[in-house]
Design a protein around this ligand. Structure first.
Ligand code: MN
Ligand code: ZN
Length: 499
């Protein structure tokens, strides 16, 4: 993670050099902070000449403004005040962050005339800045000028956000900063190449959450063999790198209260195994652990903001490789549940990992609900592109809560159908089920496979193959690994499951 903004909130501020950033809606004539930053009225003049209309997340740039103590003024548009949604504050923050280069000092006036900026909105603005500031340049030995774009560069940038409720905003920003760190952790994990981040190394990253008070257990191959996790182990057997199962527990709720549970697919690299994938684009399969990354990032957020909830996070970490010891199409494995699986296609491996991880989770923790996240199927990209994730569930209430959290955070979901006819498609000639139902309805039959390990517990499966990586870049994300799911599930817990 690159250097970031050091953000503080203040009631008022004097400008002495650096950048001044002023927020303006479409419907007000003037912007926040004009009296402090622009005594000679150059902003209004520049806005007219440039035809700046304060559309959301657009910017007006004034270099060396006459009569101002600032070296540069940006006006960031907020759009129409009546249309302002909570996500727009993140966007505006991201837009502001993208303009910050060649300075170490920034003063931002966010109390746009005509808007009553709440502390939560001010904090969201700061969150948008931190999410935009993320860049993954660990392996660039030469930093180009462009790498500085929207990032803090080598040194930290001091950012003062001026708002009437500075004290409350500052408090709210502690939570926002926890969210930013969790999302950026998930992005780091996805962006990291597989030669560096194998199952053992990923498990060590999960273990680091102990610093925040998360209890972390790591199961090795031996322990998983004892538990009978034949489905997960079958996937791992073609790799020289052994699998791991990481179990993270955050106990922030009432003692003895049933936890909520999140389970992530962590295939650190997916070659497809013996059913090997074509070469084109295979490098992207280092991101096949996006579900596990989101769960790890989420656990980071919940612990860092001391969420008042009991939460379990479980990630199944394996590598899917072709090898003399790899499993073959036609092999039959026995899962921890006792159910047998005919492996038709070794590239349908994520569900094999999840089947055992979910069964283990339900069996041991009896959670209120289970939500799994997985970069599971290419078919979900055919259906939804990389704009929304697929939601599959056996529970209407959980689905509604997830959908609402998706709208709030702009990490959107679309509920897909399930049903007996689809479930039948994974019946096998030789075993209890097979691991693929063929091309048609591929995302749905994958969900049905997982459902066979869920029992009666309320459950949702999020197919994030389109949204966890390579999704369209926007105001708050310029990274290949997007960190999708962290803000979504933090919001779900915050809105519904904290005491
Ligand atoms: Mn696969
Ligand atoms: Zn996979």
């Amino acid at each position: 993670m690159s250097a970031k903004f050091e953000i503080s909130f203040e009631k008022s501020a004097e400008i002495a050099g650096g950048y001044a950033i002023l927020l303006k809606t479409k419907d007000a004539d003037t912007a926040a902070g004009v009296s402090a930053a622009d005594p000679s009225g150059v902003v209004a003049k520049a806005a007219k000449i440039a035809g700046f209309t304060a559309k959301l997340a657009t910017a007006l740039d004034i270099v060396a403004p006459e009569g101002s103590a600032a070296e540069r003024i940006f006006v960031i548009g907020l759009g129409k005040s009546a249309d302002l949604a909570s996500f727009d504050w993140l966007k505006a923050g991201g837009a502001a962050a993208s303009k910050i280069k060649n300075t170490t000092d920034v003063t931002i006036f966010i109390d746009a005339p005509g808007v009553d900026v709440t502390p939560a909105q001010a904090a969201d603005f700061g969150l948008g800045m931190q999410l935009r500031a993320y860049g993954f340049d660990t392996y660039k030995t030469k930093k180009s000028d462009d790498d500085n774009n929207g990032k803090a560069g080598n040194g930290a940038v001091t950012v003062r956000i001026v708002t009437a409720t500075a004290k409350e905003a500052s408090k709210a920003f502690e939570t926002a900063q926890a969210v930013a760190n969790g999302v950026n952790l998930a992005r780091d994990l996805v962006n990291e190449p597989a030669n560096i981040l194998g199952p053992v190394e990923f498990a060590a990253k999960a273990k680091e959450l102990e610093k925040l008070g998360v209890e972390v257990e790591i199961l090795t191959e031996k322990e998983m063999t004892k538990l009978g996790m034949g489905a997960l182990l079958g996937v791992a057997q073609g790799s020289v790198r052994p699998p791991r199962l990481a179990i993270m527990q955050w106990k922030g709720g009432k003692s003895g209260e049933q936890p909520v549970a999140f389970i992530g697919k962590g295939v650190v690299f997916d070659t497809g195994g013996i059913s090997i994938k074509p070469a084109g684009g295979m490098e992207d399969m280092k991101g096949d652990m996006g579900g596990a990354a989101a769960v790890t990032g989420l656990m980071h957020v919940l612990a860092a903001r001391k969420a008042k909830a009991n939460v379990v996070g479980i990630i199944g970490l394996v590598e899917n490789m072709p090898d003399g010891n790899a499993q073959r199409p036609g092999d039959i494995v026995t899962s921890m549940s006792g159910q047998t699986i005919e492996v038709i296609n070794t590239d349908a491996e994520g569900r094999l990992v999840l089947g055992d991880a979910i069964w283990y989770c339900n069996d041991r923790f009896k959670p209120k609900f289970m939500i799994d996240l997985a970069t599971l199927t290419g078919a979900i990209l055919v259906a939804l592109g990389n704009i929304q994730a697929g939601l599959f569930s056996n529970d209407d209430q959980l689905s509604e809560q997830l959908t609402a959290a998706g709208i709030e955070t702009h990490e959107r979901l679309w509920r897909m159908p399930m049903g007996k006819e689809y479930d039948k498609m994974i019946d096998s000639k030789f075993a209890d089920m097979k691991n693929t139902g063929g091309r048609h309805a591929g995302s749905i039959t994958a969900a049905h496979f997982i459902k066979r390990f869920v029992g009666d517990t309320p459950w949702a499966h999020l197919d994030i193959a389109g949204t966890a990586m390579g999704s369209p870049l926007d105001e708050i994300n310029q990274s290949w690994g997007s960190g999708y799911g962290v803000r979504l599930l933090d919001q779900l817990v915050r809105a519904n499951y904290e005491s």
